[in-house]
Design a protein around this ligand. Sequence first.
Ligand code: PAF
Length: 281
Amino acid sequence: MIVITSPDEMTRYAESARQSGERIGLVPTMGFLHDGHLTLMREGRRQSSVLVASIFVNPMQFGPGEDFARYPRNFERDCAMLERVPVDVVFAPEPAAMYSTDAQSWVDAGDITSGLCGAHRPGHFRGVTTVVAKLFNIVKPHLAVFGEKDFQQLRAIQKMVRDLNFDVEILPVPIVREKDGLAMSSRNAYLSSTEREDALALSLALRAAREKHRTDPCCAEEVVFAATRVLKRMKGVEIEYVEGVDAETLSRHPSLDRPILIAIAARVGKTRLIDNVVLNP
Ligand code: PAF
């Protein structure tokens, strides 16, 4: 496994791999890896001959007052985990190598980013799609792997790829959960043991939504209400939103004849957590 920090060197490596007929897979991450990331890596490994993992805590997707400075980092541990997959290249640039001081161009995926997390984190998705577009241009992957836990991010990237004709196949991978149901996330590292217990309310709420949808699927509002009721019972959980939207377009007032996404964002202590489930008709 080699570590590359320079974008130009990464591009030279990718161009030469493409000329040799390799199929390049990319798994973009912000590091502090867990089993959820490793599932993405294994999917990328299966489908590519050269697998690149990027580790870059992207300042452009954090708003003022968010956790950019304290976002957990452990590069040595990440590399040891990636070596075991095995990953061929770790691309780990410094922010100054990714953004020149006069950079002013952005990629914005439009309406799909305006609701859900987009409504609560202004500028977040613009930062995500911009860095992912840059990573696609630098790493030149044939395919890129993204987790469904960040469902709106996945849809925004798929939209960007369609709208801007990126020649990259996007592979979505289902959420990986701890044994008790908590969705894996680097931010779970912030939780105290009491908060860790409280955080279970998110997956329990989604379970209640799934059950309501299965047994009594009258309207999306009722399904959302079933989830909200569970969250409200947990004192340590502050709901940011619970919403039911069309799972393709993320538009409001979804029809139960189509897959709907039930998405939750909530604060447990100071930690913002998200989780979701797609319910099929
Ligand atoms: O999901 C993440 O870790 C990040 O948003 C991503 C896709 C690596 C872009 O910085």
